[in-house]
Design a protein around this ligand. Structure first.
Ligand code: TPP
Length: 304
C-alpha cells in the first residue's frame, strides 16, 4: 500500500537508509510494513535493520517505531499493547515486534516466550539472515550446518558451523501460537498476504522470514532475491503456514533444485565443495529431503 501525503507518495519504510545494496532484510521489512499499513507501531530490536534505518538524526520509518534493547522487542511490544488497551486507544492498531535471528532465537527468546505465553495480540517478525550480521557475522542458533562465520571458521577440526538450525516456527507452535508462517522477500505477494492474514488473527503471531545477507553470505548484491528463491526451491527453507497447530499450507515446488544450486554461489559454503566437505553436503541434502516431505496436517516435532 502506497500512502499519499500532500500529493507525495510515501513508503512506510522510506529509501535513503544505509542498508547494503541488495539487502534481503531491507526488502523484507519494506514489504512487511507495506502490508501492515500506516496504523502500525513497531518495536525493533538492536541489529542491522535498526541501525541502518535510524541513523541519528534520521529515520526511514513513517510509522511510530521504538528501538528496544537487543533482547526485549517482544516485551516492549507487549507493554505497548497493554498500555494502548488500558488507554482505550487500541482499536484498529497493529503492533509488530521485529528482530534478527540473533535477537529472536538466542538473546530475545525469553521475552518472546513470555509474549507468546501471555497471549498478546502482536505479530512477531524474525528477519533470519542466519547470523549476527550487524556485528560482523558471528554464528547464531539459526546459522545452518557447515556455514563459515567468524565464530565458526572452517579449519582443521571443523567444516564450519557444527550445529543445526533451531526450529523457531515449531517453538512458536509449541507455545500454542495460533498463526505461524514462513516467507521470503522473493515471493512478495505471498509474504504480504501472510502479514495481512496474521494481523487479522487475535493473539500472538509468528512470521519467520529468510532474508539473504549480501556481505555475510558472500554473494553478489543482485543475487539476493535469487538466493531467497533457491532456498525455497531446494527445500532448505520451505514455505508454509501453521494455524492452531495444524499445517494448512505448504508451497509446492514444481522443479525441485539440488541444494548445491543454492550453496555454490555463496562464499560462506565454498569450503564444502573441496574434498572432505561431502558429509556436510549430505547433511544439508537430508535436511532438504526432510523438509520436502512436509504436508498439511498436524505440525509434529520432526516436520515443519
Ligand atoms: C545484550 C547485548 N549483547 C550484545 C549486543 C551487541 N549486538 C548488537 S546487534 C548484535 C547482533 C544482531 O544480530 P541479529 O539479531 O541476528 O540481527 P542482524 O544484525 O543480523 O540483522 C549484537 C551482538 C547488544 N547490543 N546487546
Amino acid at each position: 500500500m502506497m500512502e499519499r501525503e500532500e500529493g507525495r507518495i510515501i513508503n512506510l519504510m522510506e529509501p535513503g537508509h544505509t542498508g547494503c545494496a541488495g539487502c534481503g532484510q531491507a526488502i523484507g521489512a519494506r514489504l512487511v510494513i507495506k502490508a501492515a499499513g500506516p496504523r502500525t507501531i513497531i518495536a525493533n530490536a538492536t541489529g542491522c535493520l535498526e541501525v541502518y534505518t535510524t541513523t541519528y538524526p534520521r529515520t526511514s520509518w513513517e510509522v511510530p517505531w521504538i528501538h528496544s534493547l537487543f533482547e526485549n522487542a517482544a516485551a516492549v511490544a507487549s507493554g505497548m499493547e497493554v498500555t494502548l488497551k488500558a488507554m482505550g486507544r487500541y482499536e484498529g492498531v497493529n503492533i509488530i515486534a521485529q528482530a534478527g535471528d540473533g535477537g529472536t532465537a538466542d538473546i530475545g527468546m525469553g521475552c518472546i516466550s513470555g509474549m507468546f505465553e501471555r497471549g498478546h495480540d502482536i505479530l512477531y517478525v524474525c528477519y533470519d539472515n542466519e547470523g549476527y550480521m550487524n556485528t560482523g557475522y558471528q554464528r547464531s542458533s539459526l546459522t545452518p550446518p557447515g556455514a563459515r562465520t567468524t565464530t565458526s571458521p572452517p579449519g582443521r577440526k571443523t567444516w564450519g558451523n557444527v550445529t543445526r538450525k533451531k526450529n523457531m516456527p515449531l517453538i512458536a507452535v509449541a507455545h500454542g501460537v495460533p498463526y505461524v508462517a514462513t516467507a521470503t522477500p522473493a515471493e512478495p505477494r505471498d509474504l504480504m498476504r501472510k502479514v495481512q492474514k496474521a494481523l487479522e488473527i487475535e493473539g500472538p503471531k509468528y512470521l519467520h522470514l529468510l532474508v539473504p545477507c549480501v556481505p555475510g553470505w558472500g554473494i553478489e548484491s543482485h543475487l539476493s532475491q535469487e538466493m531467497a528463491r533457491l532456498a525455497t526451491e531446494t527445500f532448505l527453507f520451505p514455505l508454509f503456514e501453521i494455524e492452531n497447530g495444524v499445517i494448512t499450507k505448504v508451497k509446492k515446488v514444481k522443479d525441485r533444485r539440488p541444494v548445491e544450486d543454492y550453496l555454490r554461489p555463496q562464499k560462506r559454503f565454498a569450503h564444502l565443495f573441496k574434498p572432505g566437505g561431502e558429509p556436510i553436503l549430505e547433511e544439508l541434502r537430508l535436511m532438504a529431503e526432510e523438509n520436502s516431505r512436509l504436508e498439511p496436517g498436524p505440525a509434529t516435532l520432526t516436520g515443519a
